[in-house]
Design a protein around this ligand. Structure first.
Ligand code: ATP
Ligand code: ATP
Ligand code: MG
Ligand code: MG
Length: 878
């Protein structure tokens, strides 16, 4: 077996609209191509031995053991690899279930598709699955040690990629509310929502979090001073920089017991509390000194440690944090109890799990000693032994929810404190013997205020009710269900995508909105070019969706990007499918036009149920997509008699129709004429029917998004596809005596479209300079020849400089075949060199004629034309 390619899908895709995270592995079975599993001796047994849990896979029989039954009876290796890849991820703790395997048109080569949670782990699982299966084929087994290593690697990948628990809780809540989110790839920034409506966060800081508040909270001494000035109870304390100053500081705070901590520490690092004598104080000083130059010395307040979480000015949760401890069972030593406690699967390293493993440090031994224990002491049943003085979860503490117990006065105080410090999300650390009584009654104090407080103690307390604190954050960021998204209009089809995308963006600009759009020529925001390039894939779409200035996204969505990684968004508001015609067939395992239609239908299917699929009623494959999408349907047609469209509008639905020379919107029994085609420059005076179709699609897409008819009309009237804006697309030049048209129609469907325009040229002769990219199929060249003979009065056949692997002259020969099929006596000549061919055509062009050039290099063709002294570039023919 050999892996030919691994692709990672991240959005709605060819295989599934709903399952976005899929690995597509192109797998050559090689010598196993003809051998189903039942014919491989010992394979079934070896597989069951290596992965007995495959028993849980239902597969097509639909029952437990279903998949293994298929292996026993005989199934192809690609299918087995799919299930193994899923199971490996499952065993590593990633719950995945979706898979598909299909043979491609190359026999023995399969597409193995399976779900992943983490990209890297997904790709790893695919490779490991192939290794595992190959090993069982070759040796009857897969070594246990190898499997264990694979699982460990998968777990590591999963853990390393995981979001922190706080971030995780917020994005989960966002998902629940249909708010899109993405990682921005730097500084752990997360974007919630799209474009101008986006909000950002990093851990539990948001773009509402002020830098002044954060800086103040991080300076514990300044925080205390500000709070003390406001009459808030804080520990009496002072800051020192030298050990020499320690005795005086101790005296200042009122003598032992004291607390020593670094000025700008966190997570309990370098803190010693309940210091009873000079000896301990010296050690504590050194420990704090390792974290920070300046040292806080404060009075020690006896009490329990509470964290009060305030979001958007309101207390949303209160947790008591209990320091790391073990509970005796009458038999085990403290060391054994620690080991046992750490086995809890909820305990991890650092902040990656709900709880953190207990680790002993200097203060732990001190504490043990004070309690009269060593690690080898055996605790009586139910006796509690504390192992850390501070209660931070990151030092092994646990959390108990106390949200319902806090006294209203303490709530008021906490809410006032965050306003004083100036934070939208803050965790207030309170030491008090009883949170259900006002602090001043029980000598409780505010120890510190934390910016970016962790959420895990609230969302997953060890005891008590979990609190949905993430919900409060989302409520703050998107109050009253405020929009988090921006309208997304996605345009696909075989031909006309760029034109329609540009026109639609232009129409939308009439509303005054900032439109971000992507095309084959580049990415634009408003009137400005962001980036040149063939930007029709998900990355360019992401750029638009991430841009904080963009109010509307119009995205040209080409097949390549959908195949490579799926769409960049979960769903659009409008998905436009212009047409589906043979082009690029045989590339990326899309071999038939129906597969191509299926691929393009992703754009119409990944639309919100209240959004619209804008479909070409005149293209049966496109019209049929209506069955596949849950969105509303809006049709456009060049045929006012279209039965499909008539039935559609009679039901009260909406359509755009070309009727009596007008582009019109029809709905129920009313007709709204937008504009006469001949007044729309893009349609070349109404002579380019395919441009009328593109204009119908764009108008309809805008209309269903509530753009007014007036604005649509203004857009249509003012959109000029100039050469500089859209080089190679119906660029018409007036050379005085005759006209020249440059277009890069490059498949039979677009030749037809072009033909419909050329046929409408009745002023004089029509001359074609024709050829096409060498990687197209033979029949495409023949078709081009045929069509040319039908629409041109004279043809010059040429070839591209780059023949893309084809023998020089063979494309021309095929075109000539096509010409002769139409008329054996047709007059033409073949000049393979493109420059010479163009020059010849321009030389011989008769009065009032039209020279149509389908060049390899649009720029070169335009230069050759301009060298003749262009009278003017015509963008409209009125
Ligand atoms: P984190 O960032 O995890 O909240 P930190 O490193 O910022 O911790 P503090 O919050 O200042 O440290 O202190 C840690 C814990 O030590 C407090 O939650 C409290 O339990 C205890 N503590 C700190 N100062 C005092 C004090 N003056 N009296 C009693 N206990 C204290
Ligand atoms: P690409 O796949 O190269 O990005 P595209 O789909 O973006 O192409 P455009 O750049 O808008 O298409 O147009 C390319 C050419 O396709 C045009 O110059 C014209 O010849 C032809 N064309 C445009 N619209 C249509 C249409 N609706 N039907 C058929 N052909 C069209
Ligand atoms: Mg703290
Ligand atoms: Mg394009």
């Amino acid at each position: 077996m050999r892996i030919l390619k691994i692709q990672t899908l991240r959005g709605p895709n060819y295989w599934s609209i709903r399952r976005h995270k899929l690995i597509v592995m192109r797998l050559d079975l090689e010598n196993l191509a003809e051998t189903p599993s039942n014919e491989i001796p010992g394979f079934y047994e070896g597989l069951v031995e290596a992965l007995p849990s495959l028993e849980g896979h239902y597969c097509s029989p639909g029952c437990r053991g279903g998949f293994l039954m298929r292996v026993r009876e005989g199934t192809m290796m690609g299918h087995i690899v799919e299930h193994v890849a899923l199971e490996l991820q499952e065993l590593a703790g990633m719950h995945v279930g979706f898979g598909r395997t299909r043979e491609t048109s190359t026999s023995g080569v399969y597409q193995v598709v399976f779900e992943y949670l983490n990209e890297e782990a997904g790709r790893y699982a695919g490779r490991a699955a192939v290794r595992l299966c190959q090993s069982i084929v070759d040796r009857g087994r897969y070594p246990k040690a190898e499997l264990e290593q694979d699982l460990q690697d998968l777990k590591d990948l999963w853990r390393d990629a995981a979001l922190g628990p706080s971030t995780e809780s917020i994005v989960k809540e966002a998902e629940k509310r249909g708010i899109p989110w993405m990682q921005l790839g730097a500084r752990f920034l997360i974007q919630l929502g799209y474009g101008v409506n986006q909000k950002r966060m990093q851990a539990t800081m948001t773009d509402n979090t002020g830098i002044l508040g954060v800086e103040l909270a991080c300076d514990k001494e300044a925080t205390k001073r500000i709070l003390a000035n406001a009459g808030v109870p804080v520990p009496k304390g002072t800051v020192i920089n030298f050990l020499d100053d320690l005795p005086e500081a101790i005296e200042y705070v009122g003598g032992y017991p004291i607390v020593i901590k670094p000025l700008d520490g966190n997570h309990g690092r370098g803190i010693t509390i309940d210091i009873q004598n000079w000896e301990e104080a010296e050690v504590a000083y050194d420990a704090a000194r390792q974290i920070s130059r300046s040292i806080i010395v404060e009075r020690y307040y006896k009490g329990r440690d509470h964290r009060v979480l305030v979001v958007d000015g309101k207390v949303v949760a209160v947790a008591e944090r209990v320091p790391a401890h073990v509970v005796g069972d009458g038999r085990s030593t403290i060391a054994e109890l620690i080991e046992e406690t750490n086995k809890d699967p909820n305990r991890g390293e650092g902040h990656d799990k709900v709880l953190t493993k207990i680790e002993l440090d200097r203060t732990s031994y001190q504490l043990l000693e004070r309690q009269g224990y060593t690690l080898d002491s055996v605790l009586a049943k139910d006796e509690i032994c504390y192992l850390r003085a501070t209660a931070n979860l990151s030092t092994g503490g646990i959390a108990v929810d106390r949200t319902d117990e806090i006294h209203p006065e303490n709530v008021w105080l906490a809410q006032r404190i965050v306003k004083i410090i100036g934070l939208d999300i803050a965790g207030i650390d309170i030491v008090t013997s009883d949170i259900s009584r006002p602090l001043r009654e029980v000598d409780g104090v505010i120890v510190e205020v934390n910016a970016a407080p962790g959420f895990r103690m609230h969302v997953a307390p060890s005891q008590g009710t979990p609190r949905n604190v993430a919900g409060a954050v989302i409520d703050m960021l998107f109050p009253n269900e405020q929009a988090s998204r921006i309208p997304i209009l996605s345009v696909t089809g075989t031909n006309g995508k760029t034109t329609t995308t540009r026109l639609l963006a232009h129409i939308y600009k009439q509303t005054g909105k900032v439109v971000g759009y992507t095309t084959t020529d580049g990415t634009y925001i408003g009137d400005y070019l962001v980036e040149v390039g063939d930007n029709t894939g998900p990355q360019s779409a992401q750029l638009i969706l991430q841009d904080p200035t963009v109010e509307v996204a119009v995205l040209e969505t080409a097949r390549g990007g959908i195949l490579r990684s799926g769409l960049a968004f979960e769903a659009a508001n409008v998905g436009v499918v212009l047409n589906v015609a043979a082009d690029h067939l045989g590339i990326g395992d899309i071999d038939t036009i129906d597969q191509l239609a299926h691929l393009k239908s992703v754009v119409a299917e990944a639309v919100y149920p209240d959004g619209y699929a804008v479909l070409n009623a005149d293209d049966p494959r496109v019209a049929a997509i209506a069955e596949r999408t849950k969105a509303n349907i809006a049709y456009f047609t060049m045929n006012p008699e279209s039965e499909l469209v008539r039935n559609h509008i009679q039901k009260g639905a909406v359509a755009a129709v070309y009727e009596n020379g007008f582009l019109s919107i029809l709905k129920g029994d009313w007709t709204h004429r937008i504009e006469r085609a001949e007044n729309i420059p893009l349609t070349m005076g109404g002579r380019a029917p395919f441009m009328i179709a593109n204009a119908l699609a764009a108008s309809l897409a805008a209309f269903v998004q509530n753009v007014s008819i007036e604005q649509i009309r203004a857009g249509l009237n003012t959109f000029r596809a100039s050469v500089s804006q859209t080089p190679g697309r119906m660029n018409l030049f007036n050379l005085g005596n005759f006209h020249a048209l440059v277009d890069y129609a490059h498949n039979p469907h677009s030749y037809e479209a072009l033909g419909s325009f050329v046929r409408n040229w009745t002023n004089g002769d029509r001359i074609g300079v024709i050829g096409g990219p060498g990687d197209r199929r033979d029949q495409d060249f023949v078709a081009l020849g045929k069509l040319s003979a039908e629409i041109f009065d004279y043809v010059i056949v040429k070839e591209d400089d780059d023949t893309r692997g084809r023998a020089r002259g063979s494309a021309a020969e095929l075109i000539i075949q096509g010409i002769k099929q139409v008329n054996p006596n047709y007059e033409f000549e073949a000049i393979l060199d493109e420059t010479q061919a163009i020059n010849k055509a321009l030389d011989i062009a008769p009065e009032n004629s039209l020279v149509v050039i389908l060049p390899e290099s649009v720029n070169r063709a335009i230069k050759l034309i301009k060298a003749r002294g262009v009278v003017k570039e015509e963008v409209s023919q009125q």
